[in-house]
Design a protein around this ligand. Structure first.
Ligand code: SAH
Length: 471
């Protein structure tokens, strides 16, 4: 289920293009043909075997060669139409980006991303039909499409540029990116009564009988852990398998692995968390099984709180009837701490340096008091372009209470292919060493480090305080 994109390269020119793609797709890995490509991250011997192996293990594949070679290599294993990773062919000079397989696992999203990096238009051939088709033909349980025979023409009309309006409540279409227009020529009607379908119209019926027999909807808020699928708890893997709808940022959805064709992905770059939480309840309240994805732990600066807050604010009985479960994940601080030893082995606190949702004065107060009380720290959201000065100020406050030789662990992309882990001293910590993908662990007055055999350091905070007890 590892899902770093694999870039396969067959020529030196291809390697240049691959590097350009990788600059915008950092977790990808470049594999070069061993006899022709020098300087790739990894090498391979046989294109066919390699592409089939990555396909079967669910990695998104970006092949810098012709679409024909790629399809021919995969043709023998294509019949088994289960979960399928995105597969793209990219011309080795970067002039064309062609999505081939994986329409329901985000191939077109990836194609657009790569095309933007290479500054060419992506050769999207199926997006409309797949996206509109899936959600129009598979309404949630309890709702029936009365005239499925019209769907094909309806979808073709949308693809040809006609706009559509919706009458009634259709939450399962909220993410479908239909060409909506209040004066649309096409009509989607959701009704609980009987209805005759007119021309240019799809009719969905939700009968009250159906509503009472309808299965109880489920919303599971999951944490993927830091990235490595081995760090994901089995209950989370199970929830992902059983989900009918999956919501979350595109990056996390890719990290979660591959999905079956009948699972609906609601990928979003929407930063409005409350809106996303409400959308999840709307879907689950229709009887669907919905999974909301966070990275790390969903309760640590992530979606679980927004989901519970949305429920608290709602007086909709259908929302309160949804079976809600929050499944934990390994949070970044714990993953980084484990890799470096046990710096959080005594009392510690986790502080987000983002002042988007809390005043900076509160953050300063917490840092100062926790530093004075000799807690160890893990800092999340440590620095970003719009927030350049917060980390320097936090370092200044820490230095008022800690010696310059206090160990600091910088864990970046922990559990992901680009993982780095370094132990430095507080006196040497500068903001340039840190970005948004880093968790910063700062020791207490007792935290200490010693060199590890084979390089790096072990860092730990002892279990005792003051003087070491007799052992
Ligand atoms: N729910 C997440 C945290 C989200 S806040 C969790 O429990 O881990 C986002 C911040 O978490 C990032 O700015 C970074 O500081 C930290 N982070 C998340 N994943 C990380 C990883 N794999 N490696 C290092 N830091 C990470």
């Amino acid at each position: 289920m590892t899902s770093s994109p694999i870039i396969l390269v067959l020529s030196a020119l291809g390697l240049q293009t691959a590097r350009q793609i990788k600059s915008g797709l950092e977790d990808s890995i470049i594999y070069g043909l061993n006899t022709r490509v020098d300087g790739a991250d990894e090498s391979f011997e046989n294109f066919g075997d390699t592409v089939r192996q990555f396909y079967q293990s669910g990695h998104p594949i970006i092949a810098l060669c012709s679409a024909g070679i790629t399809i021919r290599s995969l043709s023998s294993i294509l019949e088994n139409k289960g979960a399928e990773p995105p597969v793209l062919a990219v011309a080795d000079d970067g002039s064309a980006v062609v999505p081939l397989l994986g329409g329901t696992t985000g191939v077109n999203v990836l194609a657009r991303q790569i095309a933007a990096i290479l500054d060419v238009p992506p050769a999207i051939t199926t997006s409309g039909e797949l996206r509109f088709g899936t959600c129009l033909l598979n309404p949630p349980p309890g709702i029936q499409l009365k005239n499925p025979e019209k769907a094909k023409t309806f979808i073709a009309d949308m693809l040809a540029g006609k706009t559509v309006r919706i009458e009634g409540n259709a939450p399962w279409l909220a993410d479908a990116r239909l060409p909506l227009d209040e004066n649309g020529e096409l009509l989607i009607r959701v009704t609980s009564g009987s209805a005759e379908a007119g021309e240019n119209e799809l009719v969905y019926q939700s009968s009250s009988d159906n509503e009472q027999s309808r299965p109880r909807g489920k919303l599971t808020v999951i944490g993927l852990g830091p990235g490595d699928p081995d760090f994901m708890i089995p209950a989370v893997k199970q929830a992902l398998k059983q989900a009918q709808d999956i919501l979350g940022y595109e990056t996390y959805i890719r990290m979660a692995g591959t999905f079956r064709a009948n699972q609906i992905i609601h990928a979003t770059d929407n930063r409005e968390e409350m809106q996303r939480a409400r959308h999840a309840f709307d879907l689950a309240a229709t009887g669907r099984s919905v999974v909301m994805i966070s990275s790390g732990d969903p309760g640590v600066f992530a979606m679980a709180t927004a989901v519970i807050e949305a429920l608290h604010e709602s007086d909709n009985p259908a929302w309160h009837d949804v079976e809600l479960e929050i499944l934990p994940g390994v949070s970044a601080a714990l993953a980084a701490a484990g890799k470096s030893g046990a710096p959080l082995g005594h009392d510690f606190c986790i502080i987000s340096l983002s002042d988007n949702l809390k005043p900076w004065e509160i953050i300063e107060k917490r840092i100062s008091l926790a530093a004075e009380a000799d807690f160890a720290f893990a800092f999340y959201n440590p620095i970003s372009k719009p927030r350049p000065w917060q980390l320097p100020r936090a370092i200044e406050l820490l230095r008022q209470h800690r010696k310059p030789d206090t160990p600091v662990v910088l864990g970046r992309d922990i559990g992901r292919p680009a993982e780095t882990l370094r132990t430095i001293r507080l006196g040497d910590l500068t903001p340039e060493q840190v970005d948004m993908r880093t968790v910063v662990v700062v020791g207490s007055s007792l935290t200490r480090s010693f060199p590890k055999a084979g390089g790096g350091d072990w860092t730990y905070t002892p279990r005792w305080y003051g003087t070491k007890p007799h052992s």
